[in-house]
Design a protein around this ligand. Sequence first.
Ligand SMILES: [Zn+2]
Ligand SMILES: [Zn+2]
Length: 753
Amino acid sequence: MKGRAVRVTVFGVVQGVGFRPFVYRLARRCGLAGWVRNSGAGVDIHLEASDSAGFEAFLKGLAAELPPLARIERQSLKDAPFRGFKNFTVRKSGRGESFVFISPDIATCPACLRDVDDPADRRFGYPFTNCTDCGPRYTIVRALPYDRPNTTMAGFPMCPDCEREYRDPGDRRYHAQPVACPRCGPRIEIREAKSGRPVSGGIPRAVELLRKGKILAVKGLGGFHLSCDPLNEAAVAKLRRIKSRRTKPLALMARDAAVVRRYARLSPDEEALLVSDRRPIVLLRKKKDIAGIAPFLDEIGFMLPYTPLHHLLLKDLGLIVATSSNRKDSPIMKEQDEGIRGLCDYILTHDRPIAMRADDSVAKIAAGAPLFARRARGYVPYPQKVPEALRAPQSILALGGELKDTVSLYKDGYIVTSQFLGDLDEYDNRLYFEETIRHLTALFDATPACIVSDLHPDFHTTRFAEKSGLPHVRVQHHHAHVLAAMIEHGLGPEAKVLGVSWDGYGYGADGTAWGGEFLLAGYAGYERFAHFEPVPLPGGDLAAKQPWRMALAYLRAAGIDRRGAQKALGGVDRARVRGVLDMLDRGVHSPLSSSCGRLFDAAATLAGIAPLENEFEAEAAMRLEAAAASGPAQPYGFDIGRGSRPIRISFAPAIREILADRARRKAPGGIAARFMATLAAAAVAVAEEARAAAGIGTVVLCGGVFLNRKLTEAATAALLKAGFDVTRPVQYSPNDESLSVGQIGYALARLKT
Ligand SMILES: [Zn+2]
Ligand SMILES: [Zn+2]
């Protein structure tokens, strides 16, 4: 018999996600013969039939019925020699040499949950149940190709039953690399933390210990959580002592959305994110406060169980604290020997090693789209496509900044960004940073031809780049923020935007501290179009820790005399206030900064709601956001110095008005709302200048300040109303996690010129 043959090559997330069995079933249904196999570039499919009806049905099915985790980035189709195959088979995969995608870790699917819940199923109650639609991926892969010997499941030989499922293309577990069952797979174990003594009783015992107020370290996908009963105030207080955190919010894990709804408001968008198979922590508006969980804030973070172990644990408990198991500012712990014993009463662990640690992702919904505070488990290492005209043949490694760091790797038209790595001024996080670079470059088989860092000469990342011996490109901090959003939204090399790039601190092109920036930006460069009027930071770094220092700096800059300033800071020790005023008046220890974060500190202090000392970054700003009354607010005044370039924006009028509002005993909620309306109005005023001066129509909102939902929504609405297109990071955080993404964009533009 003669017929026609075609070769379909599919590129995207198509390995380790049940794609080949899907192709196998589809081809057979369409009456086609041939084969499917993983290749370096993706998946090759050879199809044969005597007429073309089968091909059409196949291509239609390929587009419409894709497995849940698979994503096709592109596909090609060409004629192939007809071989006369009798049936359709799955062929062995070859070692790849091109860019291969790896799926992120994915929450347990409904079919696996049914297996775990079914007393008649051989996986009843088994905490490591998974299939091709779900389970661990990124955190268990040691090398490519993604086959079992290259994962941390290598030490668990399959039993005959699992082997049969693994080999059967008709089975849901066909080539599910982490497939396991109670006979052959990983096992849990409980140990008493201090003595290391094993404790019997399994998950029911763990539930009982949590009920008794004990702190449990629970090993999950990317590391250990510390868990306790959130409604037990003594247990929460103990956990806070252990973590040395008095006010930093703790994340909760709830059995289901119904439990979440008891404590938080849940919009349809928020619920969709919460129940998605990525299972991030979703920051929700509080409905009923739980003491000690997220003090002084109006948001509380919830996630749903994402492994069978979590499902089994939550079944009877409903709600637990699930905060990452690090000591203050260190990476999440992945092995028992990393000191977890000192942090808990009991350890609920298991014997499947973690190849790559990953924290939980954290996101909220703002203006109808996700806003990431942290991008890690469930999203990494999903790649970002780079606009065609920017692509280069070389691989590039970008190292990010210093705080909230990530690294990004560019290869063959895609950027893979690491999970959140934390602050690199901590030694342990620097090891984590280096561990992650080794892991990513090995996993994606990339040999970077160039390395990118921030402009800051003293960042660990900058020094690392210098020592690498590779060609070194440096990118200004706020420019990188803008470029990250431009890449994400597919803006091409010709695009020019106004980047409203607001954060706490970034090293400026002139060596001074920047942070309230408006950049006319494209990939290859930028002009500092406008910025906040710099004010002194009395005490340097201390000014970022003690918000009242910034209030004094802003009061003095607004022309308030010493007495008036002292009076406004009634809650702070008088001698300390005098000391800082002396510092300001003499101009010692007071470097200038245009920081937007520090302006927030000043406003929060003057509104009467800032802590004396920030325990974590942006704490005062978050309290200000939490306090802000909803609904439209009247902006305070600000001066925009139109004559100068860059334009300088002074908030001195706003500071004087806030002071007056406080004197009239206006509530902090109204002051906070008006302050944010002021910032939104400043963004619009500068955008209008940029439109007049350079024909700019698109505004990018970026930088850590735009983690503030209320400001993001207010600025977006105001800019849209003024006729601008508004863009912001959606798949990446607006904070420093996105710097490495933007750095790649600049390096690519430089390679072109
Ligand atoms: Zn599953
Ligand atoms: Zn088995």
